[in-house]
Design a protein around this ligand. Sequence first.
Ligand code: PNS
Length: 165
Amino acid sequence: MEKVAIYPGSFDPITNGHLDILERGLTLFDRVIVAILHNPKKDGLFSIEERRSLLEDALVDLPHTEIDTFGGLLVDYARQKGACAILRGMRAVSDFEYEFQMALMNRRLDRDIQTVFLMTGLRWIFTSSSIIKEAAQFGGNVQGMVPPLVDRALKDKYAALKDSV
Ligand code: PNS
C-alpha cells in the first residue's frame, strides 16, 4: 500500500531547511503532502496563496510531492488524506518541547498516525522562517538560506511594506 506522509507547517515562507526535510522524507514515503496551515486568526507575512505559489516553484523538480492547505486538526486532515505519518523536522534542542507536546497530543487524538522526526541537516540547524524574515526585513542577506524566488519575494514584500507606511 502507498505510504503517504503529511508535512505540515506555516511555510511563511518555505526555507532550504524545509526542503532538506522534505527531500529526505521522500526517501521514506511514497508521497509527501506539504500542507500549509490555514489559520484565519494568525496573519503571516505572506498570504496562503503566496506561500502556495512559492512552494509550487520550490517543489517543481520534486516528484511525489503535493501542496495543499488545511484548517482544523492535523490528524483529521491526515486521516482524510489516507496518510500514515506526520513528518516534522527537529532542529536544535529548543524545538524539542514544542514538537514533543504536539506529537503526544496528535498521538492521543489518533493512535494510527505516527509522527516521524528527521534531524535537520547541520547547515540548516539555525534556519527558521522567523529568523530569515527578521534578517530580510532589515536588508540582511538571506541568499542560500531560501530558494531564489523566496529571496526575491522577501525583498519585494518588505519593499512594498516600506512604501505603504
Ligand atoms: O510551521 P509550524 O508553525 O511550526 O507548524 C505548526 C503546525 C501547522 C504543524 C501546527 O500548528 C498544527 O498542526 N496545527 C493544526 C492544529 C493541530 O492539529 N494542532 C496539534 C494538536 S493540538
